[in-house]
Ligand binder design. Sequence first.
Ligand code: SF4
Ligand code: SF4
Ligand code: SF4
Length: 324
Amino acid sequence: MISRLVSLQFFLTFGVLIFLNYFLEIKLLLLARFFPKYGGEVEAFFLALYGAYIFQKMLTSPSRSKVRLRIWTVFSVIFFLQLLVGLIGIESFLQTGKLHWPIPAYIVVGPVFRGGGLFMVFLLLSTIVLVGPAWCSFLCYIGSWDQHLAQIQFRRSRLSFFASLSSFGRGYILLGVIFVALLFNWMQISYFFTIYASLFFIAISLFAFYLSYRKRFMFHCTRFCPIGFLTNLFGRVNPFRMRIDDSCTLCGHCVAKCRYDALNMERVKNKHPSITCTLCADCLEVCDSKSISFYLWSGNKKVEKIFFMLVISLHVVFLGVARI
Ligand code: SF4
Ligand code: SF4
Ligand code: SF4
């Protein structure tokens, strides 16, 4: 059964990559740029092979949380390495050659400020339709670092004020940055001033990362990043849900495992994680009674294999095509 699913996942990823390679004007795959004849096909084949390997790992590994964080980190490192190589002058490693800040919030802020360029917004929305909030546990080039920081063993900090902030505060941050972008556009602010504004935003982001380190949950993603708010909110249009069934023994292991601050004992008793759940699946591996799992809406059939197939395919496609 598993080998059939792995083969299916290979062909799904390969098919999407080949489609992108043939039908888009811009060459998204790197090898297609250097070796126009068969470079794209070769890269698509090896990426799909990698996808099949990690899909199989996600289905069978007893520590899939480690597998997920590892592949997510590799994705981020490759993304930033390409940006670095592009910045030193090898433009094939950039997507459009038009540099912009690698800040997730700019997916929304950028088009508002520029008055166009909605490609990333459509990409974000279509992944939300396919895999809900899992953009924030498999696909974003920043989030893995937040999880690394949140996992560093450190005694719980007394900075309780920050931990008590609501995850909905990110909605106000979203409105705030959109307002500033509109204002800058209307005032026709010079490009250099936008650099200072971006540096200010990055400074606050760094403080939020520091709080992730202190609080041992992903403070940056669950309390600061406006894109995290969007994926959590609009993720509800997607049918995948994480739920706890009646076999739960209230052991609390999943609460300790979740770095997205989506579980506490009250939530466990209510059988649903909070809105900050990103379907990362880390909690599944610590539940001895297999009481927590993926479902479609309120259905009773566990669907984690389908979810992993979709999200790993997307992850691998992003690995091949995501660059600035
Ligand atoms: S919350 Fe923001 S930084 Fe975190 S993973 Fe999501 S988009 Fe990326
Ligand atoms: S509840 Fe589980 S799936 Fe949701 S974010 Fe927490 S660990 Fe991940
Ligand atoms: S780990 Fe499983 S059994 Fe324990 S509290 Fe969580 S869902 Fe319930």
